[in-house]
Write a protein that binds this ligand. Structure first.
Ligand code: HEM
Length: 505
């Protein structure tokens, strides 16, 4: 069969080829239009084929300096190119950050997919309706009444840390802060999230569950900067990918067992008519329900428990460690802190921090905020536009990655005068009032802000107050601390301090 002498097969193939060509041309024109829009943004010179991807000197002090310098040159918005084709918009000023954080622009798959095999579609990773439902069901777990009862856990865990520090102090030794603070934070979150008494502060890093979590953190930081290992199927072919899988399995098995045990207990209580309202995080997760009575599935509960463990442990470790570092570095700040603590404690014997104490520590709160500003645990957040959006006077096309560079926002020299100086008074009420709230975003802001912000602030205040009650901290003068970017901001070579009992000074 033929039409005007041309076979139907030829006609069909020509039509398909024409259609494909049209699609390709339209895609290309769309791509050119988007690139032209992005090219209007200020940016650094690019390198052939590599774009700007090879220009950051390192992930330590030199890299941070480079980030600050670039922010000084382009203090609102800029474009960076990963290779020749992928444009990334960087927002570093309250005016531009605000547009992104206040919106519902979703999280980018690029970065968050790396943790999906561990955390699943938990609160940190999910988007849209799934995220909104989880956020609504989980918010009651952070009600003040619940946070109040966590204070006992935090005090007990801080007591273990302080006693450890006492031993170092008795021997007059400098010790590395980060690892002990990490065990403390893990102890707190394991008890609060899982009701899991791990004794990890005494067992140390040998506990299999703790080893697996710290291995996952280490592997995540390593993979984060190796974008060629982003596809899971490639990563799992490597030995690190196989280690990641093993560690994920172990963490999931432990979490599932704890959840099952707790569920069984709840069922038994219910059958025996001894049911009491659930006041803790895991209990709330197990009993949370939508209006139609649907609760979270076992998989969803595990994802949330894993999410809170991850978000609630490494971040507070980083935050607390950098606070202790700043206190040890600035002796005038430390003196003022001691004065405030002494006033709050009066002649009380107990070293426990009460709920009321937490709101009577204004200077400590300023010190914590200033430390979070200079050394934010989370340095970077990523979103991807789902439709065109206007930011800072520029049209940003759909499907563009937006980097909210938290570190640069908090160190932006056009927003923070003498930005590299440690000045807690920046956060006094009179200095805060005039500042745009989106200038200070260590916990992010807007609908996807940190749900654990108050939990974290309470934890940091409690442990720092307990340490300040007993000790004077000094930095090891022979140890130069090197900051390092990763899943959180940590120290490449640790933070070494000496704790001197205050009564001996
Ligand atoms: C100093 C400590 C902390 C800092 C600096 C911090 C910072 C942040 C930041 C910047 C985000 C936004 C991340 C993004 O958009 O990708 C976030 C989200 C989140 N944080 Fe925190 N965080 C801290 C402690 C905690 C704690 C203790 C918990 C839990 C107990 C927690 C749970 C979460 C969760 C679940 C999210 C996702 C919220 C959502 O998307 O709805 N964080 N945190």
């Amino acid at each position: 069969m033929a039409f005007l002498g041309i076979s139907w097969t030829t006609i069909a193939l020509t039509a398909v080829a024409g259609y494909l060509l049209t699609v390709i041309v339209r895609k290309y024109l769309g791509y050119r239009r988007d690139v032209n829009l992005l090219c209007k943004l200020p940016g650094m010179e690019t390198e052939f084929l590599f774009g700007n991807s090879r220009q950051m000197p390192d992930l330590c002090e030199a890299g941070l300096k480079w980030m600050r310098e670039n922010c000084g040159l382009r203090p609102r918005i800029s474009i960076g190119w990963m290779g020749p084709f992928i444009g990334m918009v960087n927002v570093v000023h309250p005016d531009t950050v605000k547009v992104v954080l206040k919106s519902s622009i979703p999280k980018s798959r690029n970065v968050y997919q790396l943790v999906e095999s561990w955390l699943g579609q938990g609160l940190l990773v999910s988007n849209g309706r799934k995220w909104a439902r989880s956020r609504r069901l989980l918010t009651p777990a952070f009600h003040f009444d619940i946070l109040k009862q966590y204070l006992l856990v935090k005090n007990n865990a801080a007591g273990v840390l302080v006693n450890k520090m006492q031993k170092y102090a008795d021997e007059g030794e400098y010790f590395e802060v980060f690892s002990d603070v990490c065990l403390f934070s893990l102890d707190v979150i394991l008890q609060c999230a899982f009701s899991y008494e791990s004794d990890c502060q005494n067992v140390g890093t040998n506990h299999p569950y703790i080893q697996a979590v710290s291995e996952l953190n280490e592997l995540l930081a390593d993979r984060f900067f190796k974008f060629w290992l982003y596809p899971d199927f490639l990563y799992y072919l490597t030995s690190k990918g196989r280690r990641w899988k093993r560690a994920c399995n172990l963490v999931h098995t432990v979490a599932e067992k704890i959840i099952a045990d707790r569920k069984q207990k709840l069922d038994e209580e219910r059958c025996a008519g001894r049911e009491t309202p659930c006041r803790d995080f895991l209990g709330i997760l197990l009993t949370a329900q939508d209006e139609d009575g649907t609760g979270l599935t076992p998989g969803e509960i595990r994802n949330e428990v894993d999410t809170f463990l991850f978000e609630g442990h490494d971040t507070t470790t980083s935050g607390t460690s950098w606070i202790l570092y700043s206190i040890a570095k600035y002796s005038d700040v430390q003196k003022k802190l001691h004065e405030e603590i002494d006033q709050v404690f009066g002649d009380r014997q107990s070293e426990d921090i009460t709920w009321e104490d937490l709101s009577c520590l204004p200077y400590m709160t300023m010190v914590i905020k200033e430390s979070l500003r200079l050394n934010p645990p989370v340095t970077f957040i990523q979103r991807v536009t789902d439709e065109p959006v206007d930011i800072g006077g520029f049209r940003i096309p759909a499907a563009t990655n937006i980097n909210i560079i938290v570190y640069n926002i908090l160190n932006n020299p056009t927003v923070w005068k003498n930005s590299q100086e440690f000045i807690p008074e920046r956060f006094s009420p009179e200095n805060t009032d005039a500042r745009d709230p989106f200038a200070f975003v260590p916990f992010s802001a807007g609908p996807r802000n940190c749900i654990g912000q108050i939990f974290a602030m309470n934890e940091m205040k409690t442990v720092v107050a307990r340490i300040m009650r007993r000790f004077w901290l000094e930095l090891d003068p022979d140890h130069v601390v090197q900051r390092q970017l990763g899943a959180v901001l940590r120290s490449k070579n640790g933070i070494r301090v000496r704790a001197v009992p205050r009564k001996l000074r």
